[in-house]
Design a protein around this ligand. Structure first.
Ligand code: HEC
Length: 147
C-alpha cells in the first residue's frame, strides 16, 4: 500500500473513532462470555441450544448458523455487522431479545471487544481455536519493496 493510502486509512480510523485492534478469544471469553452469558448459555440445556462456555464457544459460533435466523452465522469472520451474535448484543437482531437476556447489557467497550474479535482476530487467525493467546502481528511492508 502506498503512503497516501496509509494516511487516508489512518485518518478514517481516527475520524470514525475506531481504534482497530485485535481482541483474543480468551479476552472475549473471560470479559464477555464467562462474565455475562454462561449463566444461561452453558450446561446440558443451554438457552437456545447455544453453549458459550470456555472451549466450546468458538466451535459453536464461528461460521455456525444462528438457530433463530439461519441465514446468518453467529460469528461471520470479518463481518461483525452480519454476525448474529453481534446483532443480539447490539439489540438489532430481528428475533428475540437483546443479550444478555434481561440485561444489564454490555457497555460500548465490551461490545467493541467482540466486534474487534469478529472483524480482526477471527478473520485473520482461523487457527486461533488451537492457539488462543498469540497476539496478531502487525504486517508492515519493508521500505525497499517500494522501488
Ligand atoms: C438470562 C439468560 C441469558 C443470558 C444471561 C444470555 N442469554 Fe442469550 N439467549 C437467552 C435466551 C432465552 C435466548 C432465546 C430467546 C431470545 O433470543 O430472545 C437466547 C438467545 C441467544 C442467541 C441466539 C442464538 C441463535 O442460535 O440464534 C445468541 C447469539 C445469544 N443468546 C447470545 C448471548 C450472549 C453473547 C450473551 C452474553 C453477552 C447472552 N446471550 C446472555 C438467554 C440468555
Amino acid at each position: 500500500m502506498c503512503r497516501s493510502a496509509h494516511t487516508i486509512l489512518l485518518a478514517l480510523m481516527l475520524l470514525s473513532g475506531v481504534v482497530v485492534q485485535s481482541a483474543t478469544l480468551s479476552e472475549v471469553q473471560s470479559q464477555v462470555f464467562d462474565a455475562s452469558c454462561t449463566g444461561c448459555h452453558s450446561g446440558s440445556s443451554p438457552s437456545q441450544g447455544l453453549n458459550l462456555s470456555e472451549g466450546a464457544a468458538y466451535g459453536n459460533t464461528v461460521n455456525v448458523p444462528s438457530t433463530e435466523v439461519p441465514s446468518l452465522d453467529l460469528v461471520e469472520p470479518g463481518d461483525a455487522d452480519n454476525s448474529y451474535l453481534m446483532q443480539k448484543l447490539e439489540g438489532t437482531a430481528q428475533t428475540g431479545a437483546q443479550m444478555p437476556n434481561g440485561g444489564p447489557y454490555l457497555n460500548n467497550t465490551l461490545r467493541q471487544l467482540v466486534r474487534n474479535w469478529t472483524d480482526e482476530d477471527v478473520a485473520n487467525n482461523g487457527w486461533r481455536q488451537v492457539s488462543m493467546d498469540r497476539p496478531v502481528r502487525q504486517r508492515t511492508r519493508p521500505e525497499r519493496e517500494k522501488r
